[in-house]
Design a protein around this ligand. Structure first.
Ligand SMILES: O=C(O)CCC(=O)C(=O)O
Ligand SMILES: [Fe+2]
Length: 271
């Protein structure tokens, strides 16, 4: 199948044109901001994520605030983290970067009085995909991020998911794919358009998001999306993304006694 080139509206973060971003998000469901981090910051964040993985491995941290941490093994037997939760609580570099004033327009876009949920939901999540033996996170099947609301029969309102690219993400690494406009199709589509996480098949209408380390993306949480399997393997397939929850409403921090949400295990069915 012919793979479509990235067709996602791109903007300059520093221009702060929030209304234009909002219009593009309403229409398409996803936008991209190239180069929000300097090359020095990109390096510092990559190093911070490497160090965080080593810390989690050496302390054998399995669960943080009720959310399971997912590990893989390199072919040489060494362990590494494939999905972190609450990462910003463990790294000053990450926390300071994500709270930098340059992201103020993103916070404004996400709504009146919104905040970064360092201690809420799953906190700042980092995904680490690899296509090699021992990896337990090679791809992520079709889903929307509003699954919990669908379980409760509620149609979620617009909820923006803000992603930062730790590594380059060309199409060879699989990359994020989404169905433009699918966030406007109502509760039935959100529940049944595809089989959550189990369906990993390409869709003729999917758009590929190619991005580089240091880019920011925002997508509507009701949008159908997936991360495809890389065509390359090993270190060349490494794709790390970091997702920042911007939240409104009552402050609901989690702690070590928080339970594991039941829908949480679904996500890795087709990993
Ligand atoms: O890694 C990505 O870009 C997407 C991750 C994702 O969709 C998710 O964690 O819900
Ligand atoms: Fe998602």
């Amino acid at each position: 199948m012919e793979i479509q080139k990235a067709d996602i509206p791109s903007f300059e973060l520093g221009r702060g044109e929030i209304e234009r971003w909002r219009i593009a998000l309403d229409e398409v469901g996803a936008v991209r901001f190239p180069g929000v981090a300097t090359p020095g910051e990109v390096k510092a964040i990559q190093t911070a994520v490497d160090e965080l993985s080593e810390t989690f491995v050496s302390r054998d941290i399995r669960v943080v605030n009720g959310i399971p941490i997912r590990y893989g093994r390199h072919p040489d037997g060494s362990r590494y983290v494939q999905r972190f939760a609450f990462s910003s609580l463990y790294s000053d570099v990450l926390r300071e970067f994500l709270h930098d004033p340059r992201f103020e327009p993103v916070r404004t876009l996400c709504g009146e009085g919104s905040r970064i949920g360092d201690r809420e939901k799953d906190g700042v999540v980092i995904n680490h995909y690899r296509n090699e033996p021992g990896s337990r996170y090679r791809q992520l099947g079709w889903h929307t991020d509003g699954l919990r609301d669908v379980f409760y029969g509620r149609l979620p309102g617009p909820m923006y998911n803000v992603g930062y690219y730790v590594d380059d993400s060309p199409v060879e690494k699989g990359a994020l794919r989404f169905l433009p406009g699918s966030h406007r199709q109502g509760l039935f589509s959100m529940a049944f358009r595809k089989l959550y996480f189990l369906d990993t098949r390409p869709d003729p209408d999917e758009v590929v998001v190619e991005a580089q380390a240091g880019d920011l993306t925002i997508h509507d949480g009701r949008l159908w999306h997936r991360v495809a399997l890389a065509r390359c393997t090993g270190a060349a397939s490494q794709r790390r993304t970091l997702y920042v929850p911007y939240l409104q409403g009552a402050y609901e921090p989690k702690d070590e006694n928080s339970p594991t949400p039941f829908y949480h295990r679904l996500q890795f069915l087709a990993g």
